[in-house]
Write a protein that binds this ligand. Structure first.
Ligand code: SF4
Length: 221
């Protein structure tokens, strides 16, 4: 995107103010009791739904309650637990290896530096940003399919590459609000700004969104 229009900043802040009222609770939808569990759950959430991940993590963390337990687990046993999340062989390898790295390099704790998180197997920027935002209160723009779609419809970004979307949206808002904005836009994508049929007529932020007019209301309402 070329030079950012100050109006985009005002619009992004206005979107956030409305979505703060619309979605007051921004805790992650992935069930977890501690940082280790959230990290593993986010790795498992690739290419599947949060509900699917939540359906397997109860048993997974009962069987392997600490990073050390998971690092020492048999590949087959972990695969069995997470089978229904898809890509289960690669995910089992990644979460076992990530747990091992937590033990070897970080004293069994989840690190907060982006570079440390990105060095863990199975952890990309989305996972790292969820962990940094949810656990450590760091500025974090979390680009998943919902966030990317809603941000583009709102014309807050024209990018398709996640890292470019992250950068463009981050420019519009104070760092302290990045995580809050991410989670709320994500919720809006799940519950209102649906992929196939966004509910523009009922949308809380329609007044701030150019999408309905750009496509004609019959396409989206
Ligand atoms: S007006 Fe429509 S396209 Fe824009 S954010 Fe709302 S639901 Fe999504």
């Amino acid at each position: 995107m070329a030079e950012r229009d100050p109006d985009d900043r005002r619009r992004a802040r206005a979107v956030l103010r409305i979505l703060e009222r619309t979605y007051p609770d921004v805790r992650p939808l992935l069930h977890h009791d501690n940082p280790y569990q959230l990290l593993i759950a986010v790795i498992l959430s690739a290419q599947t739904t949060d509900a699917q991940v939540n359906s397997v993590t109860g048993q997974l963390f009962r069987e392997f309650p600490t990073p050390r337990d998971l690092a020492r687990a048999q590949q087959r046993a972990v695969e069995h637990c997470i089978h229904s999340t898809g890509f289960f062989r690669a995910k089992a390898r990644n979460i076992r290896a990530a747990a091992g790295q937590l033990c070897e390099r970080f004293d069994g704790r989840v690190p907060h530096a982006m570079s440390d998180l990105l060095s863990l197997p199975g952890v990309g920027r989305k996972t790292a940003n969820v962990v940094r935002g949810a656990l450590f209160g760091k500025p974090a723009i979390i680009v998943d399919t919902h966030f990317a779609r809603v941000s583009r419809r709102l014309a807050l970004t024209d990018a398709t590459a996640p890292q470019r979307i992250e950068k463009q949206v981050a420019e519009l808002l104070p760092p302290a609000s990045h995580y809050s904005f991410s989670m709320r836009v994500n919720y809006h994508g799940r519950y209102r700004c649906l992929a196939r049929r966004p509910e523009c007529q009922r949308c809380e932020i329609r007044i701030l969104c150019p999408y309905p007019e750009s496509v004609g209301c019959s396409d989206c309402c």
